[in-house]
Design a protein around this ligand. Structure first.
Ligand SMILES: *Cc1c(COP(=O)(O)O)cnc(C)c1O
Length: 469
């Protein structure tokens, strides 16, 4: 299997060559040349597999340059019951009205990002080991991604993580989760500024090509293809858990921001998993909902991106969306290049009605939006009717799924985080604290390890230099 760029300007590369790449050299995103097709007999054979076995079968189709035994080891280390709290790894629960919740948040940082990041940690270690290389990951986080990356990379050979976070802007729980890590290869840097300042510093360091090359600086951002492919696995796993036979179509509802999660659903559907609809749920930052309703994709700047109570979806530029548009446009890199020239110039694009009907009919996409009041009402409703406390992002998904559900439609709502991470809004909704999973009781009282710096790329570079010396 070879990988190409969504903008058409890259010679095809094998999987392992793409693992440590961010963007393709032409600025596009990487995608496989074609999607492997899963026939009925194979689906039948996969139904009874464990999570790690299923991950092996699916990922090997995309990563055929990793020897089978090696890949088996990677997925077995990534998807262990001890890491994810149960043999099922991603169990389901059913609400009284038949809505299915696929639990993706039982990993070390209590958000679905662990599902891909645990795999990435093992994969990076493997690839670096093979090549005799090292990697220094520099990232910016407002919460979930940074902690998932740190927990996946902690203690890994050949890898250091430098994670910038806005000083004092994350919840006490999120801070404690990251800063309490004592591993020598994990470096937390609190920046005196906002998340955007952190991101600007990462960009500034990335643009210092000499520094970047000298210190082998890389990223783990959400456009990484290996993250998408790891997420494809739980669509299959969730489908098998939610159905009795492979004749039953199922729809998935996905709380979305960067379009990474639902992009994996799109890939699963293209592979032949019987997915009926892919329902994209947004919060008040509804750039994606606007696209699916009107055909207009117009990313917004930070001045028009709101801080909401489902903060991990406060995104107004869906970085993975380009992958879907590439498929939608018949995989024509020139067209994607033209459309993203508009986007990168600060504008957007409008697709015509015929194309948008294919978005719905051929690709199964629909969307909906949920706002703070919906979120609170849904958290209350699910607690009262089912005795389940859901987090704010999952609540957005449930709200949209219920609004769009057709008679007889089975909808699997992806749970993207546990409520313990967003206690403030849970208290607002339920007037009590969310449940805390075992092992997290005393998180905030653990010793913390963090360096605070002003919002200055030079000082961050100096710290990296000193640490690696
Ligand atoms: C990252 C995240 C999302 C959004 O996922 P995308 O892949 O960016 O669409 C939703 N909910 C939670 C809790 C997240 O951490």
């Amino acid at each position: 299997m070879k990988y190409v760029s969504t903008r058409g300007g890259m010679a095809p590369l094998p999987f392992c060559e793409t693992v440590l790449m961010g963007l393709a050299p032409d600025g596009g995103l990487l995608l496989p040349e074609r999607y492997p097709q899963i026939d009925r007999a194979t689906l039948e054979a996969w139904r009874g597999l464990s999570y790690a076995e299923l991950a092996f079968e699916i990922i090997r189709l995309f990563a055929d340059d990793i020897p089978a035994q090696d890949l088996k080891g990677i997925v077995e280390r990534a998807y262990r019951a001890e890491t994810f709290g149960s043999e099922a790894i991603t169990p389901i629960k059913r609400l009284h009205d038949g809505l299915v919740i696929l639990e993706l948040s039982n990993g070390p940082t209590l958000a679905f990002k662990d599902m891909a990041m645990q795999f990435l940690g093992q994969l990076f270690e493997y690839v670096l080991d093979k090549r005799g290389e090292t990697l220094n990951i520099l990232g910016a986080t407002s919460g979930d991604t940074g902690s998932a990356a740190e927990y996946a990379m902690r203690g890994k050979r050949g890898i250091h993580v430098f994670m910038l976070s806005p000083d004092g802007k994350m919840s006490a729980f999120q801070r404690a989760q990251m800063y309490s890590l004592q591993d020598e290869n994990i470096h937390n840097i609190a920046i005196q500024g906002m998340f955007d300042d952190c991101q600007d510093i990462v960009k500034a360091v990335q643009n210092d090509h000499a520094f970047k090359a000298r210190h082998k600086i890389g990223t783990v951002n959400s456009i990484n293809w290996a993250r998408v492919v790891a997420q494809v696995v739980y669509y299959f796993h969730g489908y098998f858990r939610a159905t009795d036979s492979n004749d039953q179509p199922v729809s998935f509802c996905v709380p979305s921001g960067n379009f990474g999660n639902v992009c994996a659903g799109h890939v699963a559907r293209q592979m032949g998993l019987p997915i009926d609809r892919l329902i994209v749920a947004t919060n008040e930052n509804d750039v994606l909902d606007e696209f699916f309703r009107t055909g207009r994709y117009a990313p917004r700047g930070s001045e028009r991106t709101y801080v909401t109570s489902s903060p991990s979806m406060d995104i107004s530029k869906a970085s993975n969306f380009e992958r879907f548009v590439f498929d939608l446009m018949g995989r024509d890199g020139e067209t994607v290049k033209r459309l993203w020239a508009e986007v990168d110039a600060g504008g957007g694009f409008q697709l015509d009605a015929e194309t948008m009907s294919r978005v719905r009919e051929q690709f199964g996409f629909v969307s909906g939006r949920s706002a703070h009041a919906d979120r609170l009402a849904t958290i209350r409703q699910v607690d009262a009717e089912d005795g389940v406390v859901v987090d704010t992002h999952t609540a957005d998904g449930i709200k949209v799924a219920r609004a769009l559900r057709r008679p007889g439609e089975t909808i699997v709502c992806l749970e993207t985080a546990l409520p313990a991470k967003f206690a403030e809004t849970i208290r607002e909704a339920l007037d009590r604290d969310p449940p805390r999973p075992a092992g997290f009781e005393r998180l905030e009282s653990l010793p913390q390890r963090v360096v605070t710096l002003p919002a200055d790329a030079g000082q961050v570079k100096a710290l990296i230099e000193k640490t690696l010396a």
